[in-house]
Ligand binder design. Sequence first.
Ligand code: NAP
Ligand code: GDD
Length: 345
Amino acid sequence: MKKTALITGIRGQDGGYLAKMLLEKGYEVYGADRRSGETGFWRLKELAIYEDVKIVYMDLLELTNVMKIIEKVKPDEVYNLAAQSFVQASFDQPLLTSDINSLGVLRLLESLRVIQPDAKFYQASTSEMFGKVEHSPQTEATPFHPRSPYGVSKLFGHWITVNYRESYGMFCCSGLLFNHESPLRGLEFVTRKISYSVGRILYGLQNKVVLGNVDAKRDWGYAPEYVEAMHLMLQQSNPDDYLIATGESHSIREFAELAFKTAGYQIEWKGDGVNTTGIDRKTGKVLIAVNKEFYRPAEVDALIGRAEKSSKTLGWKPKITFAELAALMVEADIKRVETEISTRK
Ligand code: NAP
Ligand code: GDD
């Protein structure tokens, strides 16, 4: 029989890729949207699945709304991807972030417990919970030390998911996913900010990209591979928590070098901290500058994950390399910029 999945955060990067994958597997896919305007469906349109996903309106801030949707959809699997997911913004809106990312998870779990307790539940947890890391590489056993209201709010989401599994025997899994990127990544995140800027710089639409802390390091993977892991977690005999990462850590500097290289630029670095600049070796022009505005009150300096349990139990392994990821994002953005230019003419 056809399985029914409910995906919250359907307009987001992961929502799009997960919906596409589940549709390909024959699922009936409901996408929960909080009504933020028609243009926000660009990812589903780019993936050519906008007509296939059944959109339902649900805001994680509104309990009765969540209950009504669970009652209507009666999902077999629920993927809770909705979140205020931008770390920087969580310092400006800590209460809203917590309401969505912490209590929002609880609203969903309570609704499921009362209405559809047999549904399998995936919670989008994050490597940000490791924060000021206690050891490297991080595993499922590494203690948490979040460094932002976002990280703290996600920690509640993680533990309440574990708690509903332990208290009520519900099939609840928490995925500790490290950074995953793609051409569908939001422009506020550093990789996509860089890849889109490279496309614009190449066509003379902007002079440089202005960044924050370019020395931070992340374990960066490819988003379509990470949504496969979410699905795999819910297909196991028993619910559990899994860490998903590539096992490699790279700085923002490294990502920027590779991104610019894809468009034919060779970056030469000068200075450090806020005085860092990235210069085009051929022309001497400044292509990368740094501004304190993009620094965070507390930073996660370096993340690197060890996904051994996921590899052994789920059979999950990353495929796309860091260099391939940077290249494919820039290539996609160059095409987008070319389309923008040609439709403007
Ligand atoms: P994203 O692109 O920011 O998508 C998040 C979605 O959540 C958006 O579509 C947003 O809707 C929706 N949302 C926000 N507040 C909501 C509310 N009150 N009610 C209902 N929906 C709401 O995030 P992503 O990169 O796809 O990530 C998916 C999930 O994984 C997030 O929970 C994120 O925190 C987590 N995560 C991401 C990564 C990563 O590297 N991408 C790593 C670890 C964990 P609008 O479109 O209306 O704004
Ligand atoms: N966004 C942004 N913009 N980040 C910058 C910039 C800039 O101009 N310059 C430097 N950075 C640094 C940030 O300080 C951070 O150390 C790193 O680049 C990555 O920032 P983001 O791309 O915003 O991602 P993130 O790691 O903070 O959070 C993402 O990954 C988490 C998983 O670890 C988000 O997707 C979270 O939702 C996710 O949980």
